[in-house]
Design a protein around this ligand. Structure first.
Ligand code: UDP
Ligand code: MG
Length: 342
């Protein structure tokens, strides 16, 4: 049987602290897999530099010169984890039979990539890596993440529980993914929509060895909020429901006040008025804000801006790399020499 060409796509944003470790781990895994004839010899590892501000690109560049498995893709600026993943996937899809995506910090167990390939050979087009437990996460991250999955489920969005972006996709699945043209791509929600034969592989997630999380609370919240509003209009329905509810209650109140006026004490309380003003005002602002959020999404979608821009694609054409000595600390110059000698 022909061995599949595998590409491992690794998004990196300011990962200089951990990259040396990541390189060596992934390289030895690749060596092993090629030796064991699990994957074809022209399999590659693509590091996507998502507009890092540290020496991430230089590290990738240097490594690329040393090892033929390693390839680099430099994006023109930081576009976020999800878009960096897409950039990687779409860049390598033609030359790869299957693609694995994994975070640069290797918190996910790279050894299960072999299991992914086994499933792929059994005919699965999408293999999800699923964490057995979240014991390595902080209590805060664990509970917020679990709350998020539950909330998404209640809104009718099917996510694979405890699956982050560690998965294998066949070329066909990636081709189909490309047809989802929306701007607000939340991969964990979209990939299950592709369908095809899918399965999960379970593993233990480790702690980050170096560097810091690139998902501080602010980014996590906006990620969750994007996830919800890109997939579900339930929040808007909810607002409508609250609106109807408060409208009908206010009718009841009106009736009550009239009855009081004609049959009882006309000294109507200031408290009830002021409370309802604040209550209704607040609800209205929330409602308008929420609707605005969706309109904002529509606005973003209709513009159809590119999700990422590639600065250097060292995967396809190494010669597009910078050739000025000042660029990338002169590595490019060495690179040209190597090319000439080959
Ligand atoms: N990442 C990226 N662009 C960003 C933020 C993060 O490419 O704007 C990458 C990051 O380098 C890492 C992965 O996305 O490889 C996941 O980030 P991180 O490990 O910090 O997230 P966590 O595991 O804490 O959720
Ligand atoms: Mg991580």
């Amino acid at each position: 049987m022909k061995k599949p060409v595998l590409t491992i796509v690794v998004p990196c944003y300011n990962e200089e602290d951990i990259l040396p470790y990541t390189f060596s781990e992934l390289k030895s895994l690749m060596d092993e897999m090629v030796k064991e004839e699990i994957v074809a010899a022209d399999s590659r590892i693509l590091f996507v530099d998502d507009g890092s501000k540290d020496r991430t690109w230089n590290y990738i560049y240097k490594e690329m010169l040393k090892n033929e498995y390693i390839k680099g893709l430099k994006l023109s600026r930081n576009v976020g984890h999800q878009n960096a993943l897409l950039a990687g996937l779409f860049t390598v899809k033609v030359k790869s039979d299957c693609i694995v995506t994994i975070d640069a910090d290797l918190q996910d167990d790279i050894n299960v990539i072999k299991d992914f390939l086994e499933r792929y050979n059994e005919g699965y087009e999408i293999v999800y890596g699923v964490r057995k437990s979240r014991s390595s996460d902080t209590f805060f991250k664990r509970t917020t993440a679990q709350g998020f999955y539950k909330m998404m489920k209640s809104m009718g969005v099917e996510l694979v529980y405890n699956h982050a972006d560690f998965r294998l996709m066949s070329r066909r699945a990636v081709m189909e993914l490309e047809r989802f043209e929306e701007m607000n791509l939340f991969l964990r929600g979209i990939v299950p929509l592709i369908g095809f034969k899918s399965t999960s592989v379970y593993y233990d997630r480790k702690e980050r060895l170096a560097g810091v999380t690139k998902y501080p609370i602010r980014k996590m919240l906006s990620f969750a909020f994007d996830g919800i509003t890109s997939f579900s209009i339930k929040p808007i329905r909810f607002v409508l429901f609250i609106g109807c509810f408060s409208f009908f209650t206010s009718l009841l109140f009106a009736l009550y006040f009239f009855l009081l006026k004609f049959f009882g004490n006309t000294e109507l309380g200031w408290t009830s008025i002021i409370t309802s003003i604040w209550l209704i005002g607040g609800l209205q602002l929330i409602a308008v804000g929420l609707v605005g959020e969706y309109i904002g999404k529509i606005y973003k979608e209709v513009k159809r801006r590119p999700k990422y821009i590639v600065e250097f694609d060292a995967y396809h054409s190494p010669l597009t790399l910078p050739i000025k000595e000042s660029d990338s600390e002169g590595y490019a110059k060495d690179y040209r020499k190597i090319l000439k000698s080959n």
